[in-house]
Ligand binder design. Structure first.
Ligand code: ATP
Length: 244
């Protein structure tokens, strides 16, 4: 079942049409990758889904409901969470307080014990956060901050997590570790829409994917199909992959 569906969505900034009729879906419990060159419109898709960019045409459906034009707060209450590019942790707050802030949208709905249990669950999934619990967010490495940002988003118990370039700017080992953690989100049953510039790595962990070019979907398929596609290899995977 698709948890998220976009139907011919158009959106942009002033006169610029960044999305020119994008249709895609993310199936429940799966990781769906959004791929494409810089400026293709990937971030705009995420922002249109979570109400940060107005939708000029088409529709967005989430959990079976037409949510086009819903304000972000309402979408968050329905189970949407976004980790923006760079994660954006609160540097002056402790790791623990960053995580607790992630549970803010659950106030009134979850007991303290439930939030405490989820805090424990996050520390189990991301052991580095347990060790760093009382440290300021800005003392963590780039990879650790990205994990904190993901764990903070998970503290809202989202049904759908929108992840924007979680590995960007990280050293190769840290990037691989972050993507390994993203793959492990399946264990929680969280559905993920993943924007990633590292196409090969994204397709290793994704179930399905879409390639965007200038605001339009030009290719879609299972991760295996996209990895095998000549167009994807030529455009995104470079020479090394051509003969494989
Ligand atoms: P990147 O990997 O560079 O983030 P992207 O595929 O995520 O690329 P978007 O950020 O969605 O692409 O940008 C799509 C188009 O919209 C680009 O032409 C970009 O210049 C433009 N754009 C993005 N954000 C804004 C903004 N806030 N104001 C005006 N134009 C914008």
């Amino acid at each position: 079942m698709s948890l998220l569906r976009l139907s011919s969505v158009r959106a942009g900034y002033g006169g610029l049409q960044a999305l020119r009729g994008v249709s895609l879906h993310a199936s429940e419990g799966e990781i769906t990758a959004l791929l494409g060159a810089n400026g293709a419109g990937k971030t705009t898709v995420l922002n249109a889904v979570c109400g940060l960019v107005p939708i000029a045409g088409g529709d967005v459906f989430f959990a079976g409901e037409r949510v086009t034009g819903y304000p972000t707060e309402r979408l968050v209450r329905m189970g949407l969470a976004q980790v923006p590019e760079g994660g954006k942790v609160f540097g002056e707050l402790s790791v623990r307080d960053n995580l607790l802030l992630g549970a803010y949208s659950r106030r009134g709905r979850s007991s303290r014990a439930e939030v405490r249990d989820d805090l424990e669950e996050m520390c189990r999934m991301f052991p580095v956060l347990r060790e760093a619990s009382s440290r300021r967010g800005d003392t963590l490495s780039g990879g650790e901050q990205q994990m904190l940002a993901i764990a903070r988003a998970l503290m809202s118990r989202p049904r759908l997590l929108l992840l924007d370039e979680p590995s960007i700017g990280l050293a190769p080992m840290a990037a691989a570790e972050v993507l390994r953690q993203v793959a492990a989100l399946r264990e929680l049953g969280t559905t993920v829409l993943l924007v990633e510039q590292n196409v090969a790595a994204a397709l290793q962990i994704a179930d399905r994917g879409y390639v965007l070019e200038v605001g339009q979907v030009v290719l879609e398929g299972t991760a295996a199909e996209l990895l095998a596609s000549r167009d994807v290899r030529r455009a995104y995977l470079g020479r090394d992959y051509e003969g494989i």
